[in-house]
Design a protein around this ligand. Sequence first.
Ligand code: ZN
Length: 180
Amino acid sequence: MHERYAFMQSMQFDKLLCNSCNSRDICVRGLVERNLPGYAIGGLAGGEDKDSFWRVVAQCTAGLPEDKPRYVMGVGYPLDIVVCSALGADMYDCVYPTRTARFGSALVPEGVLKLKQNAMATDERPIDPSCPCMVCKNYTRAYLHCLVTKDPMGSQLLSYHNLSFMARVSCHFFWLSCSF
Ligand SMILES: [Zn+2]
């Protein structure tokens, strides 16, 4: 990927520069002139506030060609994927779905479901009744609660569900954006 993509890093520090010599815009213009196969927006998701993060993504994607992949590095929270996709980004990478699973939590439309909580021990529902994934079709919250507190298989099953959830978030956004 290093040979094929242009990387734009550390752009959150741009506020140190004056507005009239905005390094982000200069960087984007310079890389677009090189007509590269794809563009990676990095140096973000490092603890900056969401407003600053999304502004940088918007500023970069506004100057990048729509017919080339626009990849936001290290981004994986569902809300960030929806917002960045709306701002024109196409690709992401993040450990969030599997790391969250290792902590015993499942991603659901309402947020995060903590399978380690005692209340899950007697809950016979699936993680998400609306989820079509193999885990939600075959396992109850109570069974998964048992696994996540005792067996590594629990984090594997939660990873499967969380990745399925993220795939559905991405698909929903893709079809929504195609309908306009
Ligand atoms: Zn599921």
